[in-house]
Design a protein around this ligand. Structure first.
Ligand SMILES: NC(=O)C1=CN([C@@H]2O[C@H](COP(=O)(O)OP(=O)(O)OC[C@H]3O[C@@H](n4cnc5c(N)ncnc54)[C@H](OP(=O)(O)O)[C@@H]3O)[C@@H](O)[C@H]2O)[C@@H](O)CC1
Ligand SMILES: Nc1ncnc2c1ncn2[C@@H]1O[C@H](COP(=O)(O)OP(=O)(O)O)[C@@H](O)[C@H]1O
Ligand SMILES: [K+]
Length: 479
């Protein structure tokens, strides 16, 4: 599991630790780890040109102390101090003593074999200031290592309000910051290295499941299992106009761990033709027979409202997607109140904007994509439901405040019907008995992996290719 903590949590853990340590200890730990990663990125340290961009806080201090270590190993280090009068005194002295020198020449940024971005870390506020902002655009030939956080990225959210430095590698201290794991910030962070500095941290508000975590969540049939005990998932999807969405949602559901898939809707003939193992009826969720979780909405067309209401009237968990989300946005959060079982919403950015409108907030898909964590949390709190917000990083937020992020996906997943496969898959995991947060985050992980398997080594995929690759994705975790 990767854990990410907020700036406030890091600050209070740092204060508690520092109370018992000599001053500067943590900065030396951070600088040592940072210098080691930098050294590993250079073909050889001796003679390499290193440029430090140093702001006036401790982030600049880390960068200067790390650069001093590189200078002692023979690197030719220059430091560009954004506010020379306020530069970190100890760090600058160490660098000068090691043979580094200050420069005001911006070409040093372009020439360097390695640039250290120590402009601003967890103390950054608002968009980069004028002295720092141009470095977001300047050309460079060397690698850029962000110290703790790429400057310009909000560490708590991954929001990028203006220019930001695009790193090849980020070396973060003590814990990951949510902004390193969530787009758009994650795209600026590059490869993230964590350097432990001994912080004692509380439970993480944001997590990223790793392979072993997902493998441990996935259901495994026991000796006594049968198709009913494994869980039956109901899929209410598709319409005369959009029969394909039903076929795809069922394809995802069939490979999501449930023992059987029950389908209801107007695409029964198409579903059975493609997936003969499906149990079908046209009667709607109220009369479709027993299931342990419902998936409603993909390709739902004009039936979406009735189907949503019927599914919500059952006593089992319900996954609401696509057209049913549009209906839910219209009905507002009161439609979910008083349910005995949880609800999982799976919007893409456009649907999330509609759901926010249902909470009285006027926004659009672009704004949602720039504020993923905030949006998912707002929807989870407002609707009292778990929310899986789809996109280049998928964010899952629980109404209890916990959040998980997933980045196993690939841009090849942006293909029509890919979301239908995901909703069937996540619904199937719900039917096996996983809690919505676990079902959603495991589904996002598997869906992303399947996308990579299907698209490898890099070619367009269809949603059916993706569904077929779920088996390989699952098997790769089980190994
Ligand atoms: N916590 C820990 O456990 C450990 C933390 N460590 C390190 O300390 C870092 C935090 O250091 P920090 O608190 O000094 O803040 P930091 O990120 O340097 O920023 C403050 C400076 O930035 C400036 N500034 C602000 N906004 C700006 C903007 N938009 N654009 C441009 N400038 C802006 C602001 O200017 P001012 O407002 O003072 O004029 C001030 O000079 C942390 O990220 C990690 O690297 C490690 O040493 C190990 C232990
Ligand atoms: N650039 C991307 N990187 C990773 N995953 C992506 C990307 N673009 C889309 N996806 C994933 O593909 C799926 C698309 O779902 P959705 O937008 O609902 O498509 P559809 O409605 O056509 O089924 C989501 O799971 C989303 O997270
Ligand atoms: K930085």
């Amino acid at each position: 599991m990767r854990h990410a903590h907020t700036v406030e949590q890091v600050r209070s853990a740092e204060a508690a630790l520092m109370a018992g340590l000599p001053e500067g200890t943590l900065m030396q730990r951070a600088a040592a780890g940072l210098a080691a990663v930098c050294a590993g990125l250079l073909p050889r340290v001796y003679g390499s040109r290193v440029l430090v961009l140093a702001g006036s806080g401790d982030n600049g201090g880390d960068a200067l102390f790390a650069a001093a270590r590189l200078a002692r190993r023979g690197a030719r280090v220059e430091a560009l101090l954004l506010d020379p009068a306020k530069a970190h005194a100890g760090g600058l002295a160490a660098l000068l003593a090691a043979g580094g020198r200050p420069t005001a020449d911006r070409d040093a940024f372009t020439r360097a074999d390695l640039v250290l971005d120590g402009i601003v870390g967890i103390g950054g506020r608002g968009p980069l200031r004028p002295a720092a902002a141009p470095f977001a655009e300047l050309p460079r030939r060397g690698r850029l290592v962000a110290v703790d956080v790429p400057s310009g990225v909000d560490p708590d959210t991954g929001e990028v309000a203006g220019p930001a430095l695009r790193a090849d590698v980020t070396v973060c201290f003590g814990t990951h910051k949510p902004g390193l794991l969530i787009d758009p910030g994650a795209q600026y962070a590059g490869v993230v290295h964590l350097v432990g500095i001994g912080l004692d941290l509380p439970p993480a508000p944001v997590e990223a499941l790793q392979r072993a975590d997902v493998a441990a969540l996935l259901p495994v049939p026991g000796a006594e299992s049968d198709k009913y005990r494994r869980g039956v998932v109901g899929v209410a999807a598709g319409s005369a106009r959009y029969p394909g969405a039903a076929v795809l949602a069922v394809a995802g559901a069939l490979r999501g761990g449930a023992g059987a898939v029950r389908y209801t809707g107007h695409a029964a003939a198409e579903v059975v033709r493609r997936h003969p193992e499906t149990l079908v009826t046209e009667d709607g969720p109220a009369r479709a027979g027993k299931v342990q979780a419902w998936v409603v909405g993909p390709g739902g067309g004009t039936d979406a409202e009735r189907t949503l209401r019927e599914a919500l009237d059952t006593g089992v968990p319900v996954l609401v997607d696509a057209d049913a989300l549009t209906e839910l946005a219209r009905l507002g959060p009161s439609a979910l109140s008083g349910r005995p079982a949880p609800v999982l919403l799976t919007p893409h950015a456009g649907e999330a904007a509609r759901l926010l409108a249902g909470l009285g907030e006027d926004t659009d898909a672009t704004a949602v994509a720039g504020r993923r964590l905030r949006t998912a949390r707002r929807l989870a709190a407002g609707y009292g439901a778990t929310v899986l917000l789809k996109g280049s990083t998928t964010v899952v937020a629980d109404p209890d405040g916990r959040a998980r992020v997933n980045s196993t996906g690939t841009g090849w997943l942006g293909t029509a019907g890919s979301g239908d496969v995901l909703s069937g898959l996540a619904g199937s995991l719900l039917a096996t008995g996983l809690a919505p947060l676990d079902a959603a985050s495991a589904a996002a992980h598997l869906h992303g992996l399947a996308g990579r398997h299907a698209a490898a080594p890099g070619a367009p995929i269809t949603a059916l290719d993706l569904a077929a690759a779920l088996h390989r994705a699952w098997a790769s975790l089980a190994q």
